[in-house]
Design a binder for this molecule. Structure first.
Ligand SMILES: [Zn+2]
Length: 275
């Protein structure tokens, strides 16, 4: 299975539908959180008209146009349940997760931009691009993502991992934060690490990125090396931070997250793997 995000809709393939309700996705009992063909859903015309195209879904050598519908109180005529997207992390493959994350972000954006943020009038979808525009003052609203940086700091073989106040208490992760207006990504990494644990870093290296739909981040993943300073968690975002030997790691994020991937990247570079 493979999902390729797309914006420009030219009818070519059969449609499959994702049903969204807030942060939940409809999951048919038979196939965990998979999109469903039109003929199984019997969607009313009012919902079909508001479906958003989000990309193409390649499955068993067939390609489908993948659509998402904000389902409201519509109930699918087949057996299934509404699942929080977060509960599917690590249970479905990365491409499938990316598809559902994109679906929720698009429906959320459409729901939050029914009215103009400048003058309060109704908006309407713009032809030819994914945007809502105000019928009165002509302001245009595009879907918005929030760029974040996430960084694994190393000191020799050791890894800097921290317990965040918003995560499970026994969970140690890499450091992360939002990029501020006017800042570049590298400046954001240096600032966040200075603010959160009071150390300086060097040899910053970009590794990869991950869309993180909670609710709309793009995580830019870096490795960096320790330069100077003593670890001092800020006590607000970071409750505890420490250097861990690769042989004695605490519970770390799963490999479905970019944090887990940065940790695995470092470990493999020194000939280790996560147990
Ligand atoms: Zn307006």
């Amino acid at each position: 299975m493979r999902f390729v995000p797309g914006d420009r809709y030219h009818p070519r393939y059969q449609h499959v539908y994702i049903l969204a309700r807030g942060a939940n996705i409809f999951s048919p009992l038979a196939n965990l959180a998979e999109p469903l063909p039109e003929n199984q859903l019997d969607l009313p015309k009012t919902l079909l008209e508001k479906a958003h195209y989000i990309g193409d879904w390649h499955r068993n050598s067939t390609t489908f146009h993948c659509m998402v519908v904000q389902a409201g109180d519509f109930e699918a005529p087949i057996e299934g349940e509404w699942l929080l997207l977060r509960s599917l992390l690590g249970k479905i493959d990365e491409s499938h997760f990316q598809m559902l994350g994109r679906a929720l972000q698009i429906t959320r954006w459409a729901r939050e931009h029914q009215f103009c943020g400048v003058c309060g009038e109704l908006t309407e979808a713009r032809a030819g691009e994914r945007a809502m525009s105000c019928q009165s003052c002509e302001s245009i609203f595009y879907p918005r993502i929030s760029p974040c940086v996430i960084c694994l700091v190393t000191r020799g073989k050791d890894l800097l991992l921290a317990r965040h106040n918003r995560k499970a208490a026994d969970f140690f992760s890499t450091l992360a934060g939002f990029i501020e207006p006017g800042e570049n990504a590298e400046q954001a990494v240096i600032r966040e690490i200075r603010e959160e644990v009071a150390i300086e870093i060097e040899n910053l290296r970009y590794i990869r990125s991950q869309a993180w739909p909670f609710p709309g981040q793009l995580m830019l993943g870096y490795l960096a090396e320790y330069k100077s300073g003593d670890l001092q968690p800020d006590g607000e975002e970071i409750l505890e931070a420490a250097w861990f030997s690769p042989n004695n790691l605490p519970q770390v994020p799963p490999p479905s997250t970019i944090s887990g991937q940065l940790i695995a990247h470092h470990l493999s570079s020194i000939g280790k793997s996560i147990k």
